[in-house]
Design a protein around this ligand. Structure first.
Ligand code: C2E
Ligand code: MG
Ligand code: MG
Ligand code: MG
Length: 296
């Protein structure tokens, strides 16, 4: 993030570079700057949605992808979501941003599933703030209409923090989306504060094991992964492992009954044109995406 930190330091008229390299949490001043630039980013077309393939662990076949937001700032370069999503959430801009993401991802899902024999499911991250805003379900229904996308082609990723939201509307929105045909996944599972009893009370289809459990040298994390797989099995939920980087990690997950995975072992998130090309090639050749991706 050195470039963007430097840029912000210069823009804010201070030469306080060390502050930024030490602490990446933006000050109020920088957040305001990011906010106004983020607002313009939508209009200026600086946002891109990339897609990370999701594969079945048993045979490496691609079954879907996750939509991940990218901000290509003209001077600061690529700004990672970890830096601007929190600003967007604090300012409420995430609602507009999230709507753009939903429309874009649904449009892509429509194109991916246009002539496809098997379903390509696109996973979309939704923030708590989007659920707290009025009219989420209605606006998603409109987006399905506009893009010709079917709910069955989309998985909605929420975080455990949403399940802590005691408001009735949140649960209601979640249930409505589920009955429309969307599947619901808990992202970064195991890193939040939610109690396990929420798992049975909410309509959850999928647990995504956080990559901190997968990419760990601590053997106890392997036991935790097995325990999460066992919980999911009992509750009839599917499991996606995040952040799979080595063949050893994939083998361990497959041996313990984990259904699917994402990670740099297979591919990073790629632009829309690339995910469509990869999907078409994997459907045509029956080849494993790992093979396709590594030659592609
Ligand atoms: P996430 O939803 O948990 O997404 C997974 C993150 O892990 C992505 O980072 C992805 O690029 C990264 N990743 C995937 N495989 C590997 C791997 O093998 N190793 C490592 N080290 N990392 C891997 P990214 O794209 O920077 O996104 C970060 C977070 O920003 C996301 O975490 C999500 O919480 C948030 N985000 C991204 N796009 C959106 C969006 O459209 N809406 C909302 N509300 N949040 C988003
Ligand atoms: Mg996610
Ligand atoms: Mg995640
Ligand atoms: Mg994560």
């Amino acid at each position: 993030y050195a470039d963007s930190a430097m840029y912000l330091a210069k823009r804010s008229g201070r030469n306080n570079f060390r502050f930024y390299s030490k602490d990446l949490t933006a000050s109020a001043e920088e957040r305001m700057r990011l906010e106004s630039e983020l607002r313009r980013a939508i209009e200026r077309g600086e946002l891109e949605l990339h897609y990370q393939p999701k594969v079945l662990l048993e045979n490496g076949a691609m079954v879907g992808s996750e939509a991940l937001l990218r901000w290509r700032h003209p001077e600061m370069g690529m700004i990672p979501p970890a830096r601007f999503i929190p600003v967007a959430e604090d300012t409420g801009l995430i609602v507009e941003l999230g709507r753009w993401v939903l429309r874009e991802a649904c449009q892509t899902a429509t194109e991916l599933n246009a002539d496809s024999q098997s379903t390509h499911k696109v996973a979309i991250n939704l923030s708590v703030k989007q659920f707290q805003s009025a009219g989420l379900v209605k606006s998603i229904a409109e987006i399905l209409d506009e893009t010709g996308c079917r709910a069955e082609w989309v998985e909605i990723e929420i975080t455990e923090s949403l399940l802590l939201d005691q408001k009735n509307e949140t649960l209601q929105a979640l249930c409505e989306l589920r009955s429309m045909g969307f599947s619901i996944a808990i992202d970064d599972f195991g890193t939040g504060y939610s109690a396990l009893n929420y798992l049975a009370r909410f309509p959850i289809d999928t647990l995504k094991i956080d990559r901190s459990f997968i990419n760990s040298t601590d053997r106890r994390n392997e036991e935790l992964v097995k325990a999460i797989l066992s919980i999911a099995r009992c509750l009839g939920q599917s499991v996606v492992a995040e952040g799979v980087e080595t063949a050893e990690q994939a083998a361990f997950l497959a041996a313990n009954g984990c259904g699917s995975a994402q990670g740099f072992l297979y591919s990073k998130a790629v632009p829309k044109a690339d995910i469509i090309a990869l999907w078409l090639r994997s459907a045509a050749s029956g080849a494993k995406p790992g093979e396709i991706l590594s030659c592609g």
